[in-house]
Design a protein around this ligand. Structure first.
Ligand SMILES: Nc1ncnc2c1ncn2[C@@H]1O[C@H](COP(=O)(O)OP(=O)(O)OP(=O)(O)O)[C@@H](O)[C@H]1O
Length: 492
């Protein structure tokens, strides 16, 4: 359904005071407002009138705001709806978002929050409205609040929305296709997205894609590696400071939140945030405002939050290392990036693409044996490892031909592909004596390989008095790869 221009905003709340406050703010913003004092009244209004946006309270004497969200779905009404929840009721807010609400704010509602919410709705409108055509009558100069997804109004309507371009995420396999569809859908709204996946699976690329496909695409994208900031600098890095706030603060400085205003902040390795910082982060998210160190007033910020970690955030919560309330705030919707070993169908194309775009600009070919190794490798470091292997091989290859030696793949990571049994077995060289220890049928190949890897890692750690940097050197792997492997196998 198309929402007409100048449609009012519907405010649904049983508390008259709050209704009035919201109404006044919206009126000041030049918007038309209509109100309903409960669920029943709201439904009635929706039957006869169209709205640009709905703001509804969650708990009302005659029902829940969730019912209004569901009513919109039932009636196929394409109107963005945001929920106002009681403080600390994140569970309900998450339910509402999952049911289709566009965003939520917690009581007490501040004017800054309201403005930021309405602005977000306007941005959603901008991206989903087709660009004006030359013959169209001059558009009204005033921005007009409109429904979140008015693409249905474009005619003729496509039967299934085509997937947008994903220049950052190559691959057409089904798993990656699902991820892309999810990203395209989530990009339109404001819902916080949490991205999980092993190291090197493209979590940051996914976050950037969300931003680039969103109405905020012209705003900044600020990527923050939460694990890389020293704890004593965190507050000033995130929230900024005023000149003279502390020794060394010789000029005003913006924090990440302010820098991301109007755009997206990507909190990478969010599980690494210390608990003290988690409290401050939660507050900033809830208030949609930040206070610089040394400043008394808060500055409103309009940002979308995308976070990622390779850790299991749910387990971090269970074990007391991550606050549950922040977890609910960040993990409203999650996307899991598949490991490269799950994207075997995409491998040949990815290898070809990376070779064709090699940094040396050379014409390179893979020998058959090298190709086989690449197609049968496990890629514990995922895309990043594939890129590194090919970059190294490009430098090592003689006469433009890449041989298995140039790949420097650890042969014990090679796996046999079931679908590949028509071809001759892969020559995995020195792995064959080890293979005798594998009890076929009693353990999976992965379990066996994990056990071998664990034992080698533990030997290397013991030999270097548990110095991970030296142990990595001893094994000829990068520190990053060492860290990834230790994490994956949960070796402390
Ligand atoms: N689907 C993909 N197609 C092409 N390149 C990809 C894809 N996914 C990831 N990459 C590449 O792999 C590398 C790692 O990606 P990215 O940094 O997004 O991973 P990550 O999961 O965030 O890693 P980490 O957990 O280590 O931070 C980048 O160079 C990126 O361009």
């Amino acid at each position: 359904m198309n929402t007409p221009l100048n449609a009012p905003v519907l405010v649904v709340d049983d508390e008259e005071d709050l209704r009035d406050l919201i109404e006044m703010t919206l009126l000041k913003m030049g918007l038309e407002v209509d109100t309903a004092e409960g669920v029943v009244a709201a439904k009635k209004k929706l039957d006869s009138q169209s709205y640009a946006l709905i703001l509804t309270d969650m708990r009302m004497p005659d029902g829940s705001g969730l019912e209004v969200v569901e009513y919109l779905q039932q009636k196929n009404l394409d109107i963005p709806i945001a929920i106002i929840t009681a403080y600390g009721n994140a569970d309900q807010a998450v339910m509402a978002l999952k049911a289709g609400a566009f965003d939520y704010i917690q009581k007490p509602v501040t004017l800054a929050q309201l403005r930021s919410l309405v602005k977000s709705a306007l941005k959603v409108h901008e991206i989903s409205t087709p660009a004006p055509v030359a013959e169209a009558p001059a558009a009204a100069a005033e921005p007009v609040l409109q429904a979140a997804s008015t693409e249905a109004a474009a005619s003729p309507a496509p039967i299934a929305p085509a997937l947008p371009q994903f220049p950052r995420l190559r691959g057409d396999s089904q798993l990656l296709g699902e991820v892309k569809r999810m990203i395209a859908k989530l990009a339109k709204g404001m819902v916080p997205v949490h991205i999980t996946g092993e190291s090197g699976t493209g979590k940051e690329q996914a976050a950037r894609s969300i931003h680039e496909l969103s109405p905020r695409k012209d705003g900044p994208f600020i990527a923050v590696n939460c694990g890389a900031i020293p704890e004593n600098l965190m507050e000033s890095e995130f929230f900024g400071y005023k000149k003279g706030a502390f020794t060394g603060a010789d000029s005003d400085r913006e924090g990440f939140f302010q820098s991301a205003n109007g755009g997206t902040i990507f909190l990478d390795e969010v599980a690494d945030l210390p608990l003290t910082m988690q409290v401050k982060l939660l507050r900033a998210i809830q208030e949609r405002a930040v206070r610089r160190i040394g400043e008394s007033k808060e500055t409103p910020v309009d940002i979308r939050i995308v976070s990622a970690t390779h850790k299991d955030l749910g387990r971090e919560v269970e074990e007391g290392r991550f606050r549950q309330d922040l977890y609910y705030r960040l993990n409203v919707v999650s996307i899991t990036m598949p490991a490269l070993r799950e994207l075997r169908d995409d491998l040949p194309m990815l290898i070809e693409h990376l070779l064709a775009n090699n940094p040396m600009g050379e014409d390179l070919v893979l020998s058959d044996a090298a190709k086989k190794q690449l197609l049968h490798y496990n890629y514990p470091g995922n895309f990043r490892e594939l890129e590194n292997i090919l970059e190294r091989a490009t430098a090592l290859a003689a006469d433009g031909v890449i041989e298995p030696d140039d790949l420097q793949i650890h042969t014990h990571e090679l796996i046999q592909d079931d679908e590949d049994d028509s071809e001759s077995p892969v020559d995995v060289g020195d792995v064959s004596p080890l293979a005798h220890h594998f009890n076929m049928g009693q353990a999976t190949l992965q379990e066996y390989l994990d056990e071998v890897e664990r034992s080698i890692l533990e030997q290397a750690l013991a030999a270097t008095k548990y110095n991970r940097t030296q142990a990595a050197k001893l094994l000829g792997i990068s520190f990053r790869s060492m860290r990834y492997r230790l994490d994956r196998l949960e070796i402390n």
